[in-house]
Design a protein around this ligand. Structure first.
Ligand code: 5GP
Length: 115
């Protein structure tokens, strides 16, 4: 049996998480170490290791993830704008090997990182 990722363990209720949205395809949780007043992670239930491993068969899921980002940002009141980040691989600063999209907002964001 493959080891579950941290995010799969949160989805399965083995580790607590603050869910802002969940459906059969994806979940959204608040980041445990927020880099902005709003910091939400949008995560597919399918444990795709990173954006680099996204496959053609994931096209519909990828669309669902982006639509969820847009909807959640609206629901979080980020009408003035927000940043979307997908850290990918070692040099991309990815620390959890399960594809996830950061939504950062609620303050002016400068530079290019999640900081
Ligand atoms: P990455 O660096 O891989 O792009 O992002 C991983 C994110 O997961 C980080 O922003 C980190 O704060 C967050 N994170 C790590 N462990 C946990 C956890 O147990 N719960 C939640 N909600 N977020 C976590």
């Amino acid at each position: 049996m493959q080891t579950k990722t941290l995010f799969t363990r949160i989805m399965d209720g083995e580790i607590p998480g603050h869910f802002v949205y969940q459906d059969e395809h994806l979940v959204a949780i608040r980041d445990i170490n927020p880099a902005a007043p709003v910091h939400v992670l949008v995560i597919p239930r399918k444990p795709i290791p990173s954006l680099a491993e996204l496959e053609e068969e994931d096209a519909e899921l990828a669309g669902r993830l982006l639509l969820a980002v847009s909807r959640i940002a609206r629901e979080e009141g980020l009408a003035r704008g927000y940043r979307v980040v997908i850290n990918t691989g070692e040099e991309g600063g990815q620390t959890v090997p399960h594809l996830h999209i950061h939504i950062l907002g609620g303050r002016a964001l400068t530079g290019h990182g999640t900081a």
